[in-house]
Design a protein around this ligand. Structure first.
Ligand code: THU
Length: 161
């Protein structure tokens, strides 16, 4: 008989941004600001992502779309590649993500897509510490994952190469 593997993930749900620690409220507010600068003329779905570095610096990103659709990039990857390019030795402590659709009001927390989870976890492995991740819609509940690995339990990592 095949053995079963049970994978457990714990996430925290906050009723609103006001329940978050003040440094994370600030990080999320900066993500809301970054979100509004998204270039999303095709999906009309704007995403903002901000990274809090150990130095206290905040690195913003937002989605950048392209007429050749797959050439566009998600907010989370714009932010993390920006941090990797400018501060390659700084640890990333926290990530905040927010999304707003121009077609309907989003109150559900919007998690990072699968490709972004894979890109983000690379940096947790690189820096050997977790990136706590908070995500939300345009308003409403906020979900917190203590590590990207909680969102991507079976990580493909460099050890396999
Ligand atoms: N998008 C992000 O920026 N992050 C995600 O995690 C999911 C999707 C963007 C990509 C595209 O510009 C738009 O949202 C619709 O998919």
């Amino acid at each position: 008989m095949a053995k079963k593997i049970i994978i457990k993930t714990e996430l925290e749900v906050f009723e609103s941004i006001s329940e978050l620690p003040s440094s994370i409220q600030n990080l999320m507010n900066k993500a809301h600001e970054a979100r509004e600068n998204a270039y999303a003329p095709y999906s009309h779905f704007k995403v903002g992502a901000t990274l809090l570095l150990e130095s206290g610096e905040i690195i913003p990103g937002n989605n950048q779309e392209n007429a050749a659709y797959p050439s566009g990039l998600c907010a989370e990857r714009v932010a993390i590649y920006h941090a990797g390019a400018v501060y390659p030795s700084q640890k990333i402590v926290s990530l905040a993500i927010t999304a707003r659709s121009l077609k309907k009001v989003i109150t559900d927390p919007i998690p990072p897509c699968g490709a972004c989870r894979q890109a983000l976890v690379e940096y947790e492995i690189k820096q050997d510490s977790n990136i706590e991740t908070y995500f939300m819609g345009e308003s409403g509940k906020v979900i917190k994952a203590s590590s990207i690995k909680d969102l991507l339990p079976l990580v493909f990592n460099k050890e396999y190469l």
